[in-house]
Design a protein around this ligand. Structure first.
Ligand code: HEM
Length: 123
């Protein structure tokens, strides 16, 4: 890792910790009344794998997300700011359930938040 700052990655329990949160997250997304319409037909395993790679990279871990770019992955969906915020709320539930320290929760959210530009496609 050289001098790269992987403190958020370590605070999340490295790749296994991130994967555990993502498993919980996808379960909750499919159960949440607001999110289920988006995720009901999702390929669970694929989504967990790709989200884990994405958050591993974003947290400074030794991963490179090689999946579909965020804009492309979401452009066929009708996603607004309210939907984005609801997804973040569900992620907060998962981070809390898995005991991610609060500062490390916020650090991750800060790194994901700018992606909203590529993900939402209506106000
Ligand atoms: C920072 C926020 C988000 C991140 C990091 C993220 C990340 C991802 C990733 C990595 C994939 C997998 C792409 C692929 O390989 O096909 C994906 C797919 C998907 N995302 Fe997002 N996403 C975010 C927000 C959202 C929001 C707000 C919605 C809808 C409310 C959404 C709905 C979906 C759906 C339905 C899929 C396809 C699942 C499947 O069919 O397998 N995402 N997202």
């Amino acid at each position: 890792q050289g001098t790269a700052d992987d403190s958020v990655y370590r605070a999340w329990g490295e790749k296994a910790g991130i994967q555990a949160v993502m498993q919980d997250f996808v379960t909750r997304l499919q159960a949440d009344a607001r999110m289920a319409p988006f995720f009901k037909n999702a390929n669970r395993e694929h989504l967990v794998t790709q989200l884990t790679e994405q958050l591993c990279q974003q947290s400074g871990g030794p991963c490179t997300y090689k999946g579909v770019p965020m804009k492309e992955a979401h452009e066929s969906m009708d996603i607004g700011r309210r939907d984005f915020n609801a997804l973040v709320e569900v992620l907060q539930q998962s981070m809390e359930a898995k005991g991610i320290p609060f500062a490390a929760q916020n650090a991750m959210l800060a790194r994901l938040a700018p992606m909203y530009r590529d993900i939402i496609n209506r106000p």
